[in-house]
Design a protein around this ligand. Structure first.
Ligand code: UD1
Ligand code: CA
Length: 451
């Protein structure tokens, strides 16, 4: 059985370069705050206790990561000092403690797991997730011997030219022996170029105590941190590409992967086909065999098997599309159930509504659900037929099998199998149009003769 692991997520950074009133770690990737991705990766890796270190204005972060506890780092004195703030919250814990960064949302659970396993199987004091940097720049350098054995991490500001030439860098993710961690953190000093307590000093301290330290390599992209909006956009693209690859691996056809946008929790069944320029907002579940014909927008909704949606459809929160139903072009559905086999094919707004099985909703039908004060429900029975360009003024019920005449404004219930129609009677005046044209032409001729 794997021993238990805990995590400390560092998120007290100011994020100044984001130029935002939102704390940096709450900026979303795939529609989910970055710090929530980090916490989820840790949880999926088998971490069962997690503490987030936030700055003095960390209330919003605390709400997002709840029920995980947060601790406040009042003065930003460095990563070693930040980790130390979690001591009371992890009192008595002697398993592996993983330190993670709240602004690096691409880290995968299997990588966190591999780091924990590497530390435990080597009996190491510290295991560090390292990467070979394209541009090592300001990253801490990993001092390695024999490939993966680590003697120290040297921060760029402290490094000699030889050390700076090392390409292996510290990702900022470390797995540390929890039984020794707090003793090492206590011994870290701030006598260095930045006057900060460097968490990275734990490696040299562990080695001084006779403990082995190891480096676990990982791709640079996976440990990419976000400091500015341009990096946030890069992370978003990487995360979107992962979702696209996963969807296709799971049996979804994406006609144009690059213009299909996912949320972190998008769930698409097998043999779903997604046309180009489709956006899945949060909370979307699409069952097997659904055809999405492109240019569609989904949010907090479900689509049952075999339905067809779009092109140019918008499914808003609470839309529940039944099996084999058709939602066509320029149709908006909000907080409405459209039962199996029903058709809403063109130019409609269906909001706060129930549409029964196999009902047919004509082009341009609008549920008038709002009077400026409240929202009201429209119920359309199974097999009902609503003629084109009808306004259904809620609250109102159209019975099973009823027909609503095209162009009607329906303000009262229509009983089952009845016809409801509110049109004025049609009149016909024979020859009227021809006489009208004669009169108009004559008048126009008389006018031009005068000039
Ligand atoms: C740190 C590492 C460096 C590594 C790099 C990877 C140290 C001393 N250096 O450098 O070896 O290559 O990350 O990105 O650890 N934070 C706090 N409180 C603080 C300081 C930082 O919570 O007092 C948090 C930040 O919000 C961030 C993380 O710790 O999530 C890393 O801090 P940052 O300032 O980015 O560290 P670097 O100097 O870049
Ligand atoms: Ca950084």
């Amino acid at each position: 059985m794997a021993s238990s692991a805990a995590a400390i997520v560092l998120a007290a950074g100011l994020g100044t370069r984001m130029k935002s009133s939102l704390p940096k770690v709450l900026h979303p990737v795939l529609g989910r705050p970055m710090v929530a991705h980090v916490a989820a990766a840790a949880a999926q890796a088998g971490v069962d206790r997690l503490v987030v270190v936030v700055g003095p204005e960390g209330d919003a972060v605390a709400r997002v990561v709840a029920p995980h506890p947060t601790v406040v780092q009042h003065d930003r004195l460095g990563t070693g000092h930040a980790a130390l703030q979690a001591r009371a919250a992890l009192e008595g814990f002697t398993g592996t403690v993983v330190v993670l960064c709240g602004d690096a949302p691409l880290l995968r659970p299997e990588t966190v797991r591999a780091l924990i396993d590497a530390r435990e199987s080597a009996g190491a004091g510290v295991a560090v997730l390292g990467f070979e940097a394209a541009e090592p720049g300001a990253y801490g350098r990993l001092m390695l011997e024999d490939g993966s054995s680590l003697t120290a991490i040297v921060e760029a500001k402290e490094a000699t030219p030889e050390q700076l030439a090392v390409r292996w860098c510290n990702s900022g993710v470390l797995a540390i022996d929890g039984a020794a961690l707090w003793g090492w953190l206590d011994r870290i000093s701030n006598a260095n170029a930045k006057g900060e307590y460097y968490l990275t000093d734990v490696v040299a301290l562990a080695r001084a105590d006779g403990r082995a330290c190891v480096m676990v390599p990982c791709p640079e992209q996976e440990v990419m941190g976000v400091n500015a909006r341009a990096e946030l956009a890069v992370c978003e693209t990487v995360a979107q590409n992962r979702m696209r690859q996963q969807a296709m691996a799971d049996g979804v056809t994406l006609i144009d992967p690059a213009t299909t946008y996912f949320s972190w929790d998008t769930r698409l069944g097998r043999d779903v086909t997604v046309g180009p320029f489709t956006v899945f907002g949060p909370g979307v579940t699409v069952a097997d065999g659904v055809e999405i014909k492109g240019f569609c927008h989904f949010e907090d909704c479900t689509v049952a098997a075999g339905a067809s949606v779009g092109p140019y459809a918008r499914l808003r929160p609470g839309a529940e599309i039944g099996e084999g139903a058709h939602i066509g072009n320029f149709v908006e559905v909000k907080k409405a159930t459209v039962e199996a086999g029903a058709k809403v094919n063109h130019l409609s707004y269906i909001g706060d509504a129930f549409v029964g099985a196999k009902a047919n909703i004509g082009a341009g039908t609008i549920t008038c659900n709002y009077d400026g004060f409240g929202k009201y429900k429209t119920t359309i029975g199974a097999g009902a037929f609503v003629g084109s360009n009808s306004s259904l003024v809620a609250p109102v019920t159209i019975g099973d099998g009823a027909i609503v005449g095209a162009g009607s404004v329906i303000t009262r219930d229509v009983e089952a199998d009845a016809l409801g129609v509110t049109r004025a009677e049609q009149v016909q005046k024979s020859g009227w149009a021809a006489r009208f044209r004669d009169v108009k032409r004559a008048a126009k001729l008389a006018l031009s003769a005068k000039k």
